[in-house]
Design a protein around this ligand. Structure first.
Ligand code: PHE
Length: 446
């Protein structure tokens, strides 16, 4: 493995780093998963539980990843090696490079869908009465269009990455995130002022502690992990671009808070809209591409609000996608001494090619190929979110808790703060990650 010192230093500014990390954390999970699991598992009661999970597992591991990156100053793989001098840790770290590589292949497909829907909505094509939005999505996903949009996403992400850390990733986030915030607030105001919005707010937030059970706890934990983009080498790679004088502890809280606020507002957009038009609340594809378009089609100026909503999803997805792609690109630059441009072009192309079967498997020609009862798209999702991410999270927590003795120094933690962090990393996180893993692969049920 090569050393990073020979390379020209690439760095984030301090606010740029926090924005880029928030851009990564705030993704489709905040928009289409968090609100639904909150509503389903007891509203405000679940929200509190989620905050506890963020504090116990999410933030300690987020800090650990950034610390490994800044201390190791390498890729998600070589940082482990640089800090421990042990090839085995380097190999374990390599899993954190493989994971985003696979995630990117299908994440770009979904990001492409959001762009397509934004364009369609602004163009008025989703505004007619009596459209069957379910069928419309099925037909769209079966066509060749998703592959075209996937290519657009890869070109955007590859282009941003090719421009470098401060000139590309940081600038991209600095432009998009404030725009994102404005759209978010406009949509929230629109949504909570719809007639019948109160029922949606009630579904999302009414505390019901009786609904909290072991399953809610595992869902909250898994989401705390996913939502902060952990277990994918992202925060290690971004951390390697952070200046020594930046406080990682403060950054950790800022990123966690940013992620939480965005998720909260997303819920205030989605449920009032869905309930106001008498639609079924749900999550994922069904919510974003079937239920919500039906609501926007009935809303005055629905093409505008619908377009803004899909633009919001697209920005959330793109700022996350850029962070995913940067992990293998940084790895290739370091491992094979490729230039940034070359790495961006080659890795984007490979991810695109890998993602095409995923794109065509949703409802398209490859849909009938379902080994083990899952489409290719679902296999990409399952193997990364449920298997590789917890494993990579475990590697981070064990490495920082047990193997690397100088983590506290690099993280700027002393005394009580350091002890607490270590207790969480050594004892609490490994057990909880193991539980999430066993639960998600179906070995234990609750
Ligand atoms: N953290 C993102 C979210 O909440 C998801 C994500 C997944 C980001 C994979 C990067 C990589 O949606």
């Amino acid at each position: 493995m090569s050393n990073s010192t020979s390379k020209k230093k690439e760095r984030f500014t301090s606010s740029g780093f926090i924005l880029a990390a928030i851009g990564s954390a705030v993704g489709l999970g905040n928009m289409w998963k968090f609100p639904y699991i909150t509503g389903k598992h007891g509203g405000a009661a679940f929200f509190l539980l989620f905050i506890v999970c963020l504090l116990l597992v999410g933030l300690p591991i987020l800090l650990a990843e950034m610390t490994i990156g800044r201390g190791g100053r390498g890729s998600a793989s070589s940082s482990f090696y640089n800090l421990s001098g042990n090839k085995f840790w380097g190999f374990l770290g390599f899993l954190s490079v493989l994971t985003p590589f696979l995630i990117m292949s299908y994440y770009a497909v979904v990001a492409g869908w959001t762009l397509h829907y934004a364009v369609q909505s602004f163009g008025g094509a989703l505004n007619g009465q009596g459209i069957d939005f379910k069928q419309q999505f099925v037909d769209f996903a079966a066509s060749g269009m998703p592959v075209v949009w996937q290519a657009v996403v890869m070109v955007i992400c590859g282009g941003v990455i090719a421009k470098g850390v401060s000139g590309g990733i940081e600038k991209f986030n600095k432009i998009l995130i404030p725009g994102f915030l404005i759209i978010l607030i406009v949509l929230m105001v629109r949504s909570v002022s719809l007639p019948g919005a109160a029922a949606g707010i009630e579904f999302f937030l009414k505390p019901d502690f009786a609904k909290l059970d072991a399953e809610s706890a595992l869902v909250a934990l898994g989401h705390a992990f996913f939502s902060l983009s952990l277990g994918m080498g992202i925060m290690i790679t971004y951390g390697s671009y952070v200046e020594k004088q930046q406080s990682l502890g403060k950054a950790t809280f800022a990123i966690g808070l940013g992620d939480l606020i965005y998720a909260f507002i997303a819920g205030l957009i989605i449920f009032p809209t869905v309930f106001s038009y008498g639609l079924e609340p749900g999550e994922g594809v069904g919510l974003a591409f079937m239920a919500l378009p039906a609501a926007f089609a009935q809303m005055p100026f629905g093409w505008l609000f619908g377009g803004m909503f899909f633009l919001l999803l697209a920005i959330a997805a793109l700022t996350s996608a850029v962070s995913i792609l940067e992990v293998p690109v940084a790895y290739a630059m370091q491992k094979w001494q490729w230039s940034r441009k070359k790495a961006a072009v080659i890795i984007s192309t490979v991810c695109f090619v890998l993602g095409v079967p995923a794109a065509l498997s949703v409802t398209g020609v490859l849909n009938s190929f379902q080994p083990g009862g899952k489409t290719i798209f679902d296999w990409f999702d399952f193997s990364t979110s449920y298997v590789l991410m917890p494993i990579c999270g475990m590697v981070v927590t064990l490495f920082t808790g047990y193997a690397w003795k100088r983590a506290g120094e690099e993280a700027g933690l002393k005394g009580f703060g350091y002890k607490l962090w270590m207790v969480l990393l050594r004892f609490v996180s490994p057990v909880l990650i193991l539980l999430i893993f066993l639960y998600s692969v179906g070995i234990i049920s609750v």
